[in-house]
Design a protein around this ligand. Sequence first.
Ligand code: ATP
Length: 394
Amino acid sequence: MEFKKIQLNGFKSFADKTNFLIEDGLTGIVGPNGCGKSNIVESLRWVMGETSAKSMRGSGMEDVIFSGTSNKTSKNIAEVTVTIANNNNEGPIQFKELEEVNVRRKIEKDKGSKFYINDKEVRARDTQMFFADLSTGAHSPSMISQGRIGALVTAKPTDRRAILEEAAGISGLHVRRHEAELRLSAAESNLKRADELRRQQEKQLSNLQKQAEEATKYKNISDEIKKIEAGLYYLKLIEIDKEINIENEINTEAESEVSGFNEKISELESSIKSETNKVTPLREKNIENLSKIQRLNLELQGLDEENTRIQDEITNIKKSLQTFDEDINRENGIVIDANSNEKRLKEEKSELIEIDSKYYETEKSSNKDLDDAKNRLSFEINKIKDLINSQKKR
Ligand code: ATP
């Protein structure tokens, strides 16, 4: 694999998109102090997965974004893309078939870095591993920065070993081994945790088995209870059915009784109607009798008045008789003068006596008539009373 091109956009002093082509042979960058040569090497280290802001000569990683100049405004995004040609089909297995690999790193203010290999987002670790397999990388001894040569000459044996391993192309294996060791220790701790969890689960399982046994017992007992309850309900239903039948029979009897009562009521109503029809003339008769009684009472009153009048007349006649008697006595005193009138007076006297006896007879017959009338009246009254009582009883 060969580096072919570096593209910077908004990275450090490269505000605009800038391409650096790395052609066959030796490529050199020439320029005055402070023109940005070191920035290009740093961009290469940065795209390879550099994590230290300090080694990028900044206090934070966002310092790599173009911060603006007197005549250019600052930017929010910095991006570096390195193009690697793979004419010999080398490198990690997943990239062997590719003719060209583009590795891109992008940083955005407040959002952090993102890595892309052939426009597919990958982890920083994947990018670092890609370059480690190519025996290069952000901290590769083959990347010699300013003032690093002296450091390499005076390096410790361990650091020299790193240079040799880099030269042998096994630094990627070391990174992988380290990663595998980390994964292994993580897996071990996971295993321990899993073991602990297994033991807990076993405890829970035994508890759950006990609970399941109890639940099964409970289920069986509740099934039994349900069956018994169902039997009870069935018996109750049969009883209720019987009661309903009895109630229906009673209802039917009651209905027939009610219809009998209704018939009786209609009979009674018709008999009341016929009795009322019978009573109506009797009532009329009663009214008639009452008017008769009233009339008889009036007649009786008239007879009473007649009787009183006759009595008065008798009294008057008696008074007249007395006067006659007095006259006779006076006439007897003057017998001599009245001898001629004696006979006449005697005749008159006998006439008066006859009248008196006639009046006596009249009085006697009047009293008899009065008694008859009273008896007839009381008989009529009793007859009417009997009639009224017999109607009331009906
Ligand atoms: P020398 O030869 O002295 O080492 P050089 O050519 O390597 O210099 P660099 O050190 O790469 O130059 O570049 C430094 C320049 O980059 C400075 O002018 C500095 O202002 C500019 N610079 C660094 N970081 C940024 C940044 N984030 N935004 C804008 N310019 C920056």
